[in-house]
Write a protein that binds this ligand. Structure first.
Ligand code: SAM
Length: 258
């Protein structure tokens, strides 16, 4: 098992005995995005979407959600539509929708495109392995943190979570083929949260050339102990095109198009 993954398991045990709610209040209780009280919207989105929040993940997830909301806010004046690739139960989408409605009281989801299989992860490839073992004879055995089909949430559930935003465009299908259902458009904001190497790379290849100047792509899995492929795909794309980006302490990576 990878060292980073073992570390997570240790953290899960430690966090399970810590006063996490108090830590959250101290760290994020006064955080605002464009005047919107972040922590209460975060908690509400977690609850309404029935998103699990394991003990090891709670602080990382809160920090990542705040970052996501801040970058989304920063692109509201940039020309183009928004997309989220990797929706699961709709937690991060609901958070962004709440912020968009706070900024524009008539926001009903127009211009927001959600892309997901709604059948969970596609098949991991060797780049997604958390560890590997070379067997005598040369065969390599890969250990994955997740399998194809994990992290599935039915589209009906997500639609009910997001029922206050009836103009959202849902695109159900596998990346990259599902991109054929998207309108040919400019994009201002893209959230990549598909965990795995292949769909992360395909998403960058699709959206980066179509991103408006000043537009932003946030990758949730740049430094994820369970999903190393998300960071490998990002690095590969950025190196190939010689693009500058930032790697955040939250484990996300972000690029602003020049
Ligand atoms: C970590 S979850 C997304 C979490 C979500 N953003 C949230 O806030 O809770 C990863 C999602 O990526 C989707 N996914 C993974 N690989 C995919 C692929 N190749 N095509 C389409 N969707 C995929 C899964 O169905 C799952 O919903």
């Amino acid at each position: 098992m990878g060292e980073a993954y073992a570390f997570l398991q240790k953290i899960a045990q430690i966090h399970s005995r810590a006063p996490i709610e108090r830590h959250l209040e101290i760290l994020y209780g006064r955080a605002e995005v464009a005047g919107l009280a972040f922590l209460s919207v975060f908690r509400d989105a977690i609850e309404r979407s029935h998103t699990g929040l394991p003990a090891w993940k709670v602080l990382r997830r809160t920090g990542r959600a705040l970052t996501l909301a801040q970058y989304f806010h920063a692109t509201r004046e940039v020309e183009g539509a928004s997309a989220e690739c990797g929706v699961l139960a709709g937690f991060s989408t609901l958070l962004l929708c709440r912020l968009a409605r706070h900024l524009e009281s008539d926001f009903r989801g127009a211009g927001l495109h959600l892309i997901d299989s709604f059948e969970g992860l596609s098949a991991p490839v060797p780049q997604d392995a958390i560890s590997s073992l070379k067997r005598p004879g040369g065969a390599v055995e890969y250990t994955m943190s997740h399998q194809a089909g994990d992290l599935a949430a039915p589209i009906e559930h997500v639609k009910s979570v997001l029922q206050d935003y009836p103009e959202i465009d849902f695109h159900k299908g596998w990346i990259p083929e599902v991109f054929e259902t998207l309108p040919e458009a400019r994009w201002s904001f893209v959230h990549i949260d598909v965990d795995l190497y292949a769909p992360t790379l395909a998403t960058l290849e699709y959206f980066y050339p179509r991103l408006s100047p000043g537009g932003v792509i946030v990758n949730d899995d740049y430094a994820s102990p369970s999903f190393p492929g998300g960071g490998k795909a990002w690095d590969e794309f950025m190196t190939r095109h010689d693009l500058p980006f930032v790697a955040l302490d939250t484990g996300q990576s972000v690029i602003i198009k020049a």
